[in-house]
Design a protein around this ligand. Structure first.
Ligand code: AR6
Length: 179
């Protein structure tokens, strides 16, 4: 594994993002911000009703953007809700929108003084983004951002299953697919 200054700020973990006691976990939300299935459902269940109440005040969020809330009953202090693109074949601006989710979430984290942020594999579940491409985009977007910013100090890629965990480990070690 490379040990350049950016790599030392990246981690991959396997597990349930709702268990992470970090400054912010990122939710793979939809434009309503009112909850859903997948990681969104898990985060809302673990956070309790306060999260939905705060989300209801936000007026939704366009695809490719992000909004921040408190973490309520979660061990994480904040939730950053990012809306990934639905994958429609790849020629509808999906890559730019997915990249934007990561950049917008990191920007919010920086503005709130958050030291550690954890991402799920945004858009790769219900929204159908091809997993190898999504992983390469996520890692590239995060690396580029960290190069110019001291915060967040650390980024965790939280993979729910072993395949994603292996994919991210490979990508961080310099393997993975070319964008
Ligand atoms: N911790 C970490 N990762 C998880 C967890 C968890 N507890 N649960 C699932 N994942 P998805 P999307 C992974 O479908 O594709 C919702 O209904 C999962 O294995 O949650 O962005 C929203 O409301 C996958 O790798 O999000 C939207 O309508 C990743 O999280 C829509 O789904 C993302 O899968 C968003 O779809």
């Amino acid at each position: 594994m490379a040990t350049d200054p950016i790599s030392s700020r990246l981690r991959v973990v396997r597990g349930d993002i709702t268990t992470l006691a970090v400054g912010a976990i990122v939710n793979a939300a939809n434009e309503s911000l009112l909850g859903g299935g997948g990681v969104d459902g898990a985060i809302h269940r673990a956070a309790g009703p306060g999260l939905k109440q705060e989300c209801q005040t936000l007026g939704g969020c366009p695809t490719g953007q992000a909004r921040i809330t408190q973490g309520y009953n979660l061990p994480a202090r904040h939730v950053i809700h990012a809306v990934g693109p639905r994958y429609r074949g790849g020629s509808s601006g999906e890559e730019a929108l997915l990249r934007s989710c990561y950049v917008e979430a990191m920007t919010l984290a920086e503005h709130h003084g958050i030291e550690t942020i954890a991402f799920p594999c945004i858009a790769t579940g219900l929204f159908g983004y091809p997993k190898d491409e999504a992983c390469a985009i996520a890692v590239d977007a995060v690396r580029l951002f960290l190069r110019g910013h001291d915060l967040p100090r650390e980024v965790i890629f939280c993979c729910f299953d072993q395949e994603d965990y292996d994919r991210y480990r490979e990508e961080l070690s310099g393997g993975g697919i070319a964008l």
